[in-house]
Ligand binder design. Structure first.
Ligand SMILES: *Cc1c(COP(=O)(O)O)cnc(C)c1O
Length: 371
């Protein structure tokens, strides 16, 4: 056995995306105690920076010490009580996982379905709210990474509020990549991930909860069935003030990485980051279309940072991806679920959303496809 030296790849799949060297350098700094006053000061900065990223004043805004899936579970395990009716929108893999969560925690899932590769239809959400006036929560995925569809979070949240429902929003792929306004849109619980548009390493899940959501957690009839994710306990460590109680050992160096990536997001500016993702998407589209390659998602519902394209006739999915990886050190994503074998997913997220990387990806695809 020797030290592990990973190959140098360009990551243009559905995540992780390329990590900025500044973030990797931050991660290699000396580990200190997770209750060290210097560390606690950095935690406070992370909370402030996350509030900026989410565009929220929510006091409970912090990273869960585990990947995006754990942020998802944190939202559902705290907010869904046995017997709760939850309207859940499914237009891809991740909406399906939300339904799994609802049912595992004893909720009743009312499913609003849309075709894979399209956005959630707000009028269907409204119909479900009318048909189920006793529903407590509306849950949906803002940016469905399995297909590349962007849903209208603002409109869906408005419908939910009009029907007295809390909202749970998956923003794993949207945070940093497209407009997202937690307070203005009235989102009650939201989770994201560090390895998509934040140019940061995998392993953390930024979350934010409104006061209304926290009221529901505080007034539960039953205890939160997860010890690790119970917000009442997590708040003792991430909460306001200098008195922090031990809850779990925070992933210290991974949090250095998140801090650095959020400082970089602040330096760039949210709007500039969104514009950068939109611009490279146009560049990719302009390069793919002359090659006869088409997109899965209708243009007005497309996510700039995740591009599902139809595999051209006569090419083998795994063989092409294998050649891109082995000959060009370029990773693109395979299709998931119903789209497996039919599409490729090109991610333009975080540090992968750069014009030189799009040029490289287009050139490598051209070579491998012989266009
Ligand atoms: C990646 C992703 C997740 C899961 O995040 P992990 O960090 O892989 O656990 C959840 N939802 C969406 C929309 C995602 O793209």
């Amino acid at each position: 056995m020797q030290s592990f030296n990973p190959p140098i790849r360009t990551l243009m799949g559905p995540g992780p995306s390329d990590i900025h060297p500044r973030v990797l350098a931050a991660m290699a700094r000396p580990t200190i105690g997770h209750l060290d006053p210097a560390f606690v000061g950095m935690m406070d900065e992370i909370k402030e920076l996350l509030k900026y990223a989410f565009q929220t004043e929510n006091a409970l805004t912090m990273p869960v010490s585990a990947p995006g899936s754990a942020g998802m579970e944190t939202c559902f395990v705290n907010l869904v009580e046995p017997g709760d009716k939850v309207i859940v929108c499914i237009n891809g893999v991740f909406g399906g996982r939300m339904k799994e969560n609802i049912e595992r925690f004893g909720g009743e899932a009312i499913v609003v379905e849309d075709e894979w590769g399209t956005a959630v239809t707000p009028s269907k959400v409204e119909d479900a709210c009318k048909a189920h006036p006793d529903a407590k929560i509306v849950a949906f995925v803002h940016a469905e990474t399995s297909t590349g569809a962007l849903s209208d979070a603002k409109t869906i949240c408005k419908i939910a509020q009009d029907h007295d429902c809390l909202t749970i929003v998956d923003a794993v792929t949207s945070l940093g990549g497209v407009e997202l306004k937690v307070d203005e849109w009235g989102i009650d619980a939201i989770y994201s991930g560090t390895q998509k548009c934040l140019s940061c390493v995998p392993g953390l899940s930024p979350v934010s909860f409104s006061e209304k959501a926290l009221d529901k957690v505080r007034n539960r009839a039953t205890r939160v069935p997860s010890w690790f994710m119970d917000l009442n306990l997590v708040m003792g460590y991430w909460g306001q003030g200098a008195k922090r109680a031990y809850h779990h050992t925070a992933p210290v160096n991974t949090l250095y990485a998140l801090h650095e990536s959020l400082v970089m997001l602040k330096e760039e500016g949210l709007e500039a980051s969104h514009a950068r993702h939109a611009k490279v998407h146009q560049q990719l589209k302009a390069g793919l279309e002359p090659m006869g390659i088409s997109f899965v998602v209708p243009e007005d519902q497309r996510l700039p940072q995740l591009n599902s394209i139809v595999i051209p006739e006569g090419f083998d999915d795994a063989e092409v991806r294998g050649r891109l990886l082995n000959e060009y050190n370029l990773e693109i994503g395979a299709g998931l679920g119903a789209l497996a074998g039919k599409v490729w997913r090109i991610g333009l997220m975080g540090d992968s959303a750069r014009p030189e990387k799009v040029l490289f990806c287009l050139a490598a695809l051209k070579e491998v496809l012989g266009k």
